[in-house]
Design a protein around this ligand. Sequence first.
Ligand code: COS
Length: 379
Amino acid sequence: MIRDAEVLNALVEVVRRFARERLLPAEARVEDENTIPPEIIEEMRELGLFGMSIPEDYGGLGLTMEEEVHVAFELGYASPAFRSVIGTNNGIGSQGIIVDGTEEQKQYWLPLMATGEIIGSFALTEPDIGSDAGSVKTTARRDGEHYVLNGTKRYITNAPVADVFTVMARTGGPGAAGVTAFLVPKDSPGLSLGPIDKKMGQRGTRTCDVIFDNCRIAADSVIGGSEGVGFKTAMKVLNRGRLHISAVCVGAAERLCDEAVRFARERVQFGKPIAEHQLIQAMLADSSTEAFAGRAMVLEAARQFDRGERLIQQAASAKLFCSEMVGRVADRAVQIHGGAGYMQEYAVERFYRDVRLFRLYEGTSQIQQIIIAREMLNA
Ligand code: COS
């Protein structure tokens, strides 16, 4: 749903210019330094990007899903690391509070996240638990007016800079119904961070372990105040997150198409630019068509989300298609660049590594397939 086309167009235009004029020139520096320059984070704050999906009542822009994916297309055009800085506050780091939090939790945390004053992070994955998210081993034991957490969370995006974590921990018996979601401030006694992970790509995005060793938190830290519904909270957060990631994949695919076209126009072989060779044109055409299909799919799914329809299958389909699609588009972009595509001075080399993650996080492609088939068979 687009509430006011003019207002949205103005926002999208500002973000488009910001991505192309500020973020693209900083990409190589982010890759080298493995960190996002503080002045860029400040500009993102000023643009309100930390609070895109946070309701206006709590200080955010309150974008609808359709409006948000339009902005995500633009941000996805630049290195994914930039989007990740604001990604957790808009997505998995805040959505648990938005969808299931108490009014008190919303009023305390959301305004701080909307301005980017604090960073939220989402801690579900563990050393032994990834796809089988209902089997979390981290425990939370009630002790008077506190809970005591024990366990380790792994590969947690933005953990090194996070101020508060949404933590899924076991309060009850086995399976999804024994999981509770907690809001755990970073300075809670017994919480520590592991060393920063060394990743294949997406340099500038930091992940690490979050370790709970008799970590003591107040009893009112349970999201929504009810035990045993944390897995469902996590799943609802991921439905929306998967759609957002799909939009980022589309933006990246469009960037890769532009990089491939630019190179194909400049590179001369057999006496003419390679863009005039039909086998190159075939690769360009396939990539552009697939990016367009992804864009159309994301927009349709976002409209369904805004209409309040059940979106589990469509979010999983969008994530499956768009993340696999951008992998194919990146591969062709490297192919069109030839040997140059293997060299770090070209953006396609970096994007090829960066987009690999999209098929893995917020549910692997195989998990999306399982979710889609289950929805089809249970209908
Ligand atoms: N949206 C809303 N509710 C959902 C849901 C979704 N996407 N998926 C499951 N639920 C609900 C179910 O409806 C069920 O509710 P009831 O108990 O009222 O029937 C409850 O949650 C338990 O669901 P289910 O029995 O299906 O749990 P499973 O353990 O079988 O779930 C999958 C399996 C694969 C769906 C789940 O573990 C999953 O999504 N794994 C991937 C996790 C992931 O993305 N990890 C990446 C790291 S997080 S960045």
